[in-house]
Design a protein. Structure first.
Length: 100
């Protein structure tokens, strides 16, 4: 079963557009989608706060996602986000609850 991941990026005031521009670059979500184990990724902006961006990701396994995060650290993407983000990104791993 796939691992669903909810990631929240809280950007500094007025920096949400900068974050989205980075996600549209070749280093952004195209690279995420090409990473081993990535099944899908969708980006959303908070309607009431466009400086909050949410990603819904599906990876084959949690280990694949954790390897992906490590790769983002190694390649410097997390450091690049330092001038945009107001706080650390929030990563939540979710399980599908089949009873509902």
């Amino acid at each position: 079963m796939s691992q669903t991941v909810h990631v929240v990026f809280s950007c500094q005031a007025g920096k949400g557009a900068d974050f989205l521009a980075l996600m549209e670059s070749d280093q952004g979500l195209a690279a995420t989608r090409a990473f081993e184990g990535c099944e899908s990724v969708e980006a959303y902006t908070d309607v009431d706060n466009p400086d909050t961006i949410v990603l819904w990701e599906k990876f084959a396994t949690r280990a694949d996602h954790e390897a992906y995060l490590g790769w983002r650290v190694e390649t410097g993407m997390i450091d690049m986000l330092g001038s945009i983000l107001a706080s650390d990104l929030q990563v939540t791993y979710l399980d599908n609850y089949p009873g509902v």
